[in-house]
Design a protein around this ligand. Structure first.
Ligand code: NAD
Length: 477
């Protein structure tokens, strides 16, 4: 069993706290690692290190900072299989998907390294012919990056890569469910000559360590990926300091299937979007609206596709479609939502309950028909392999229903008519819309939710500018 230490001021060190987080492999239910259950003292030490390191780091040329992102990418590639095994063990992600997460994370560091010579300020026309107005982009300062358990390695990089490139220094707090891969990365980072304090990685609970970071007077920005509830609490704590927050929160993505859709493409797109990583993905398709004229055929095909999806050992070769839910609490939450949906009148098309594989927290691939628009299963994030199907026959109504949730992260449409595509993308109010494909974003896009799905966003050019603030200078000559 691995035992991890905090990574503070360039060194792997013992926590001030004597308490530990035990990391469970959700599939085997064995404890596979332990990480410090750090306290406010650890947060103080990490923030002090980040604050001390930031002014010098910000003075480096961006290309010199980018050199470290490239080193991170190389170290990740050199250790890709071991990192994927650690990831698969701590969160029951099937090995091929764990490997994709590790490889995309390496690519992500390289991608942002490429921005060193690209990001820029502006020269603005003045009203005075003997004046130049210069807009500089400067780093925000000390950033606390607070991560969820579902893509712990990638989301860590989503915060580290743009913030360090921008000249910020960073403290990462992984989720208590999944600190292992992040600390495996800390060990790799500790082997580099990265200036002390530029990157710090500390574990602890959200209530203690997370809150201490958010409330700390020397933390200039918090970037959270997590639940709406955590985002709301962080916003309340940030209000006292009037601090910049970037929040990537939950989703309830609709897929709309039009009468002229390629049905096989729609079935595979919706299946992949719902079952990937046991349905525990923020941009997963969480509800599907199917036109009445193709409803029966689509549901029959989707049922066959869900029933063909195997679940089991994340290390099996060939891999199943998905493995265990993250923990017992998630499994119970998913089942309670399904049972409430059935009690409210939804009909189980397939699945409908947990599955006993001897170990792990498994839920059957589940389709529910006949749920109403205002029901919990259509309105609230399930975060499991459960999909309500809603029949529609009026364009304006289906668009209104798709938009009618408190979340606004992703959405998708399946149609072969270009006019429908252009009209629907105008009418859908979501941060992302996918046309004729599964829900999954690219690193050069901008992953940003509307409504309660968040504030700000990640990836691409706009994700980098999240970590920069402007200074406008008026130069009269
Ligand atoms: P969570 O909100 O329970 O925890 C996320 C992180 O926040 C953890 O590290 C936790 O310790 C910390 N935290 C919790 N309360 C805090 C507080 N008051 N102050 C500071 N830190 C606090 O979320 P989770 O269960 O780990 O992740 C699942 C959720 O994340 C889902 O709702 C999912 O949709 C969302 N998510 C969103 C995206 C996105 O890009 N929009 C990506 C992945 C996951």
């Amino acid at each position: 069993m691995e035992t991890y230490q905090q990574f503070i001021n360039g060194a792997l060190v013992d926590s001030h706290s004597a308490e530990w987080i035990e990391v469970e492999n959700p599939y085997t239910n064995e404890i596979v690692a332990r990480a410090p259950k750090g306290d406010e003292c650890d947060a103080d030490r990490a923030v002090a290190a980040a604050k001390a390191a930031q002014p010098a780091w910000a003075k480096w040329a961006p290309v010199a900072r980018a050199a470290y992102l490239k080193k991170f990418a190389q170290l990740i590639r050199d250790n890709r299989v071991e990192l994927a095994r650690t990831l698969a063990s701590e969160q029951a992600k099937i090995m091929p998907l764990a490997q994709v997460e590790i490889d995309v994370t390496a690519e992500y560091f390289d991608y942002y390294a490429g921005w060193a010579r690209i990001y820029e300020g502006e020269i603005i026309n003045s009203d005075d012919p003997r004046e130049n107005i210069l807009l500089f982009q400067k780093p925000i300062g000390v950033v606390a990056g607070i991560c969820p358990w579902n893509f712990p390695f990638f989301v860590m990089a989503r915060k580290v890569a743009p913030s360090l490139l921008a000249g910020c220094t960073t403290i990462i707090k992984p989720s208590s469910n999944t600190p292992a891969t992040t600390f495996a990365f800390a060990r790799l980072a500790a082997s580099l000559d990265l200036p002390a304090g530029v990157l710090n990685i500390i574990s602890g609970s959200g209530a203690t360590m997370g809150k201490a970071l958010v409330r700390h007077p020397d933390v200039d920005m918090v970037s959270l990926t997590g639940s709406v509830e955590a985002g709301q609490e962080i916003l309340r704590d940030a209000a006292d300091k009037v601090m910049k927050t970037s929040l990537e929160l939950g989703g309830k993505a609709p897929a709309i299937v039009f009468p002229d859709a390629d049905l096989d493409l729609a079935v595979s797109g919706v299946t992949d979007s719902r079952l990937i990583y046991s349905g525990q993905v923020c941009n997963c398709c969480e509800r599907v609206y199917v036109h009445a004229s193709i409803y029966d055929e689509f549901v029959a095909k989707l049922k066959a596709s869900f029933e063909a999806a195997a679940y089991g050992d994340p290390f099996a070769d060939p891999a199943p479609a998905y493995s265990s839910q993250i923990d017992a609490a998630q499994l119970e939450k998913i089942d309670a939502m399904v049972q409430r949906a059935v009690a409210a009148g939804a009909e189980v098309v397939t699945g409908g309950g947990p599955a006993d594989l001897g170990s792990g927290y498994f839920y059957q691939p589940t389709l529910l028909a006949g749920a109403t628009q205002d029901s919990e299963i259509v309105q609230k994030e399930v975060f499991g392999p459960v999909l309500p199907i809603v029949k529609w026959d009026d364009y304006d109504q289906v668009i209104a229903d798709a938009n009618d949730v408190e979340y606004g992260l992703t959405s998708s449409i399946f149609t072969t008519n270009v006019n429908t595509v252009m009209q629907a993308i105008k009418d859908l109010n979501f941060g992302e819309t996918y046309v004729n494909r599964e829900h999954f974003e690219g690193i050069q896009g901008f992953h940003a939710g509307w409504r309660k799905s968040g504030i700000g966003g990640a990836d691409g050019k706009h994700g980098l500018y999240e970590y920069l603030q402007s200074q406008v200078v008026y130069v009269r000559y």
